[in-house]
Design a protein around this ligand. Structure first.
Ligand code: PLP
Length: 378
């Protein structure tokens, strides 16, 4: 059996390597490393895939969030509501934008931002909500849009973990994660569902004026060459990465389906185990399983992790600590257990190996060992 990885980028490269090599080689031969033709072509192909009017590529997913916040014309001290249980990028970019971060708890079943918690956190100073579609499933966007509409707030969706996930509206229509709020952002970090071979990111919007400004800010605020209409940043997607992404975009649906099949097998295998809570699936979103994250209810999560490690099965804790307790984001008003859902999730969650290249034998071995761990405890 092949060694089990959280994400097996090598196995993926073995499958599509020739196509990738050819794509890279053609960029090398063209020497159009910055803003080469593949960048525009990738953006157009991504627009078609995402069914969104504008895709603006940039250097990484964190920059995408930062650039999105820069175009909204927010003022220092304006409040942004986001989840306490996620990757640091949301808080980081809000802080860099001079905004006041208002953390809220997630929903314990879906791990996504709790709409009820958002509702309670809205004040006269709130200007922006940043839901994160965590682990590959959409946050409750229709309720979030309702709140945003009522209180005149912007919505930036962080779709870094949900490229290809679909949100289903009550009226029967569907939209891709990231194309629902005012602006959406994503990351092409290698381990993401759509990942390149380095750093990369993109912004989505259906608004022409935002699109113009996002594109300008991502490229030094430049309107025409050496004429600057906005204060910008240098955040572009390399042509080589765009060429790789063009190859991988063709496989994205197949890869996401393969992840779903792995998740279905995990779900089924763990359904009889009292100590494990499998990830909740909601009716308003598809799930593309960027992570398959279980909750361990017997207080022995760390022991399970070590046990799996002893069998050469990797697992990861996303996320080990609430953002509001990180040194950089502490606020004297916050207590240790200020966000009880986040606090308990940080102690219970464990993400199991999840990738499209998972072999049946590997999956069986992981399941057998997880179940063995709980059986030997009894
Ligand atoms: C990966 C990730 C980001 C950041 O993307 P980078 O490309 O690494 O900057 C932002 N938000 C979430 C939820 C992510 O998972």
């Amino acid at each position: 059996m092949r060694e089990i990885q959280m994400v097996d980028l090598k196995a993926q490269y073995e499958k599509i390597g020739t196509e990738i090599d050819n794509a890279i080689k053609s960029v090398l031969q063209s020497t159009a490393f910055i803003k080469g033709p593949d960048v525009k072509q990738f953006e157009e192909e991504m627009q078609a895939y995402m069914e969104v009017k504008h895709v603006i590529s940039c250097a990484n997913g964190t920059d995408a969030l930062h650039i999105a916040m820069m175009v909204l014309g927010l003022n220092p001290g304006d409040e942004v509501i986001t989840t306490d249980f996620t990757f640091v990028a949301t808080a980081e970019t809000a802080a860099l934008s001079g905004l006041k971060i208002v953390f809220v708890d997630p929903d314990p079943g879906t791990f996504n931002i709790s709409v009820e918690a958002v509702r309670k956190a809205i004040t006269r100073k709130t200007r922006l909500i940043v839901p994160v579609h965590l682990f590959g499933q959409c946050a409750d966007m229709e309720s979030i849009l309702d709140l945003a509409g009522k209180h005149n707030l912007y919505v930036i969706e962080d779709a870094a973990q949900a490229t290809g996930a679909e949100y289903y509206f009550k009226n029967g229509t569907a939209k891709k994660a990231g194309t629902i709020g005012n602006i959406g952002t994503t990351s092409f970090f290698p381990s993401k569902n759509l990942g390149c071979f380095g750093d990369g990111g993109a912004l989505y919007t259906n608004d022409d004026e935002y699109a113009r400004k996002l594109r300008s800010i991502a490229n030094h605020g430049m309107k025409i060459r050496y004429s600057y209409s906005d204060i910008g940043v240098n955040s572009r997607l390399d042509t080589i990465q765009a060429a790789i992404l063009r190859v991988k975009l063709k496989y994205l649906n197949r890869f996401n389906d393969a992840r779903k099949r792995v998740a279905d097998i995990y779900d089924e295998a763990f359904s009889g185990c009292q100590e494990i809570i499998t990830p909740e699936r909601v009716s308003y979103s598809s799930h593309i399983f960027h992570q398959y994250t279980i909750r361990n209810k017997n207080g022995k999560r760390d022991e399970l992790k070590s046990f799996l490690e002893s069998k050469k099965i990797p697992s990861m804790i996303y996320y080990p600590g609430p953002l509001h307790l990180q040194e950089a984001y502490r606020n004297p008003g916050y207590k240790e257990d200020h966000f009880p859902v986040t606090s308990s999730l940080c102690k219970e969650v464990l993400s199991l190996p999840m990738h499209p290249e998972m072999e049946k034998e590997q999956l069986d071995f992981i399941i057998l060992n997880v179940l063995n761990f709980f059986e030997t405890l009894q």
